[in-house]
Design a protein around this ligand. Structure first.
Ligand SMILES: Nc1ncnc2c1ncn2[C@@H]1O[C@H](COP(=O)(O)OP(=O)(O)OP(=O)(O)O)[C@@H](O)[C@H]1O
Length: 316
């Protein structure tokens, strides 16, 4: 059985078509990333899945319950954890009071363990919480009744890198224990660390649903290479390099990149390109230069869109 099915889901807000025939399935036990730029329609799908608004047309089920069947959905949601984007907690309540209220409805068998992990100042009133602390309280609330499925809208927003890492480890462990996780994000590099599959949405339409590994293989790496010597664009010949840009580096920046040793290389050059070839070929290519700086990152989501999809969101 699928944990979530979304079939032809369409949601219009007046003139705005926020979801346009969105379809995908989330398998039981997988971690599924729902990825898209701001305004793509992620929250719209999530709010519909959670039964907070009705679809204009199409259907969705959560743990087998049709989201249009209120009684069935209420029953299914006892086994669902939910973290909205910007959880709107009562500012005058303490963290403990917020959790107590939630516990009275759904239970809290894992409260102590999760508070230990995410370190929330539960004695304090919410108005004194930082953005990250509110987000951590939301995570405790979403998981403390030991749900089978957890739906999270941008769960890592506002978390510092250390807590993000703890969150990633926690999600991986939850997945090992059989929990199904559905989370949205606008950053591929975040989602890839925890998700098995991703669904990408753009302008309300699903662009692709595929395994993270396959997407990363196709999308390649973004490479920024600073070298001490002068390089002409015509000299750059590397299989698998796309959109190569070659430009002189200003002397101060080049000196800083070299460790500020004073050996400023006025002929320094910066090469940037997307690389989809064999990494050993890249290593051999880099080896031919006097390297000042090398960054290799995942290609940004927008770049993936430009490379693989046309303006209509159709694969090219
Ligand atoms: N209640 C609403 N009334 C009118 N338009 C809305 C409403 N909610 C969302 N929209 C519009 O629907 C589109 C999709 O919004 P949605 O919040 O689903 O995107 P998102 O992918 O979650 O964005 P973000 O990453 O910025 O949170 C946007 O154009 C947004 O302005």
């Amino acid at each position: 059985m699928s944990a979530i099915t979304v079939n032809g889901l369409t949601k219009e807000y007046g003139d705005v078509l926020a979801n346009d025939a969105v379809s995908f399935e989330v398998e039981v036990g997988e971690t599924f990333g729902y990825l898209g730029p701001n305004g793509a329609g992620k929250t719209t799908t999530i709010r519909t899945i959670m039964g907070f608004q009705s679809p204009t047309s199409g259907t969705a089920t959560v743990l087998g319950a049709d989201v249009r069947d209120e009684a069935a959905l209420v029953e299914a949601k006892e086994r669902v954890g939910y973290l909205p984007s910007n959880p709107g907690f009562d500012e005058t309540a303490t963290g403990t009071e917020i959790l107590d209220l939630h516990a009275s409805v759904k239970g809290d068998s894992r409260r102590a363990e999760l508070l230990d992990l995410f370190d929330v100042p539960v004695g304090r009133k919410i108005r004194g919480y930082s953005t990250g602390q509110k987000q951590k309280l939301g995570l405790v609330q979403a998981f403390m009744h030991d749900p089978d499925l957890v739906v999270m809208d941008e769960p890592t927003a506002g978390l510092d890198p250390l807590v993000q890492q703890r969150f990633n480890e926690f999600i991986r462990e939850e997945t090992r224990q059989g929990v199904t996780v559905f989370l949205s994000s606008h950053v591929l590099s975040e989602v890839r660390r925890v998700c098995d599959r991703v669904g990408i949405i753009r302008d309300g339409r699903i662009v692709t649903v595929e395994r993270v590994g396959a997407l990363l293989d196709r999308s390649g790496k973004f490479v920024r290479l600073r070298v001490a010597n002068h390089v002409d664009a015509g000299e750059v010949s590397l299989d698998g390099a796309h959109d190569v840009s070659v430009k002189p580096v200003d002397a101060v920046a080049a000196g800083a990149a070299a460790g500020g040793s004073g050996a400023v290389a006025s002929t320094a050059t910066e090469l940037t390109f997307t690389f989809t070839g064999d990494l050993n070929t890249l290593v051999d290519f880099v080896d031919d230069f006097d390297v000042l700086e090398l960054d290799i990152e995942e290609a940004p989501l927008e770049e993936i869109f430009m490379r693989f999809y046309d303006d209509e969101g159709v694969a090219v």
